[in-house]
Write a protein that binds this ligand. Structure first.
Ligand code: PBG
Length: 327
């Protein structure tokens, strides 16, 4: 058989396959979500997310130590406050759960990179991502509290803020308040194309943030839409975002590809709770090889064009990368 091109030549053994990999990953591009519960001492397993824990303020440094031991140097913080009200006032309290967690981490691990999720849904008693006017979330009133919340995170020592609420104009509002207070160097990672997804189910039970009525379709994006993601990214770029994000990841690889092709900003993807829970459940049922599916799923997100990934598997992935099993 006369064949000039034989693609199999570059698949013949592990060494040549590793040489020719087109997608490279690094533990540096992984971000681990940490849930801090103000009412908790020690740690408590999160039922909806097997293998994940809630951390009390007394043990949040333990979460950091686990990350560092695995080679993960970046986290995104979520808070479960002791107190909720209609406007989510503990979101911006100087002694709020996230603010206290940041200080505790930064005191012991100043180099550990702390991103904070900026949203109201964990702090409002109705579970929506902003201030209500009747049964609607009032966009412009919400901007004020989001901006105050982001500022309080940065004042407590956060390295980066990540608004996940999907209000219009929030990046501009946050950029303005940070700049006014001299935090011109603090980056904003915008959850730009965040879809109204069923994949957030386990997170909402973990963070106690399910809406008490209705849904989030009035502010999060319709999963049918692709061009709208480009529009959301364009607006966030104009408003001063430093990093764009697509969320969820696996069902939105096309969106990750298009947005990363269209914009020069670094692109983050969030492999959300439902994606993680599905792998865990299938693995627990003996139906799949968890390790290989974890690796392949993460890899596909980078191949689609993401430069960084928020994932509950960050620690295991960092180790898989270090072993050379992926990336
Ligand atoms: C807050 C927020 C959510 C997630 C991240 N930030 C939940 C939501 O929008 O309902 C989801 C993360 C996950 O599912 O892992 N708004």
């Amino acid at each position: 058989m006369e064949l000039i091109q034989r693609p199999r030549r570059l698949r013949g053994n592990d060494a040549v396959r590793r040489l020719c990999r087109e997608t490279r990953m690094s533990p540096d591009s992984l971000i681990y979500p940490i849930f801090v519960d103000e009412t908790l001492q020690g740690t408590r397993p999160i039922e909806a997310l097997p293998g994940q824990n809630h951390y009390g303020l007394d043990s949040v440094c333990l979460a950091v130590e686990e990350c560092l031991a695995a080679g993960v140097h970046h986290c995104i913080l979520f808070g479960l406050p002791a107190h909720k009200d209609a406007v989510g006032s503990s979101a911006w309290a100087e002694d709020g759960v996230v603010q206290k967690a940041i200080r505790a981490i930064k005191e012991k691990y100043p180099e550990f990179y702390v991103i904070t999720d900026v949203c109201m849904c964990e702090y409002t008693d109705h579970g929506h991502c902003g201030i209500l006017c009747g049964h609607e979330v009032d966009n412009d009133k919400t901007l004020e509290v989001l901006a105050k919340t982001a500022l309080s995170h940065v004042q407590a020592g956060a390295d980066m803020v990540a608004p996940s609420d999907m209000m219009d104009g929030r990046v501009a509002a946050i950029r303005a308040i940070l700049d006014e207070h001299g935090y011109t160097a603090t980056p904003i990672m915008a959850y730009s194309a965040k879809y109204a997804s069923a994949f957030y189910g386990p997170f909402r039970s973990a963070a106690g943030s399910a809406p008490s009525f209705g849904d989030r379709k009035g502010y999060q994006m319709d999963p049918h839409n692709r061009k709208e993601a480009l529009k959301e990214c364009a607006l966030d770029v104009e408003e001063g975002a430093d990093i764009l994000m697509v969320k969820p990841a696996l069902s939105y690889l096309d969106v990750i590809r298009e947005c990363s092709d269209a914009y020069d900003l670094p692109m983050c993807a969030y492999s959300v709770s439902g994606e993680y829970a599905m792998i865990k459940a299938a693995a627990a049922a003996g139906l799949i090889n968890e390790y290989r599916i974890m690796c392949e799923s993460a890899l596909s997100v980078f191949r689609a064009g993401a430069n960084m990934l928020i994932t509950y598997y960050a620690k295991e992935l960092a180790q898989a990368i270090q072993k050379g099993d992926i990336g």
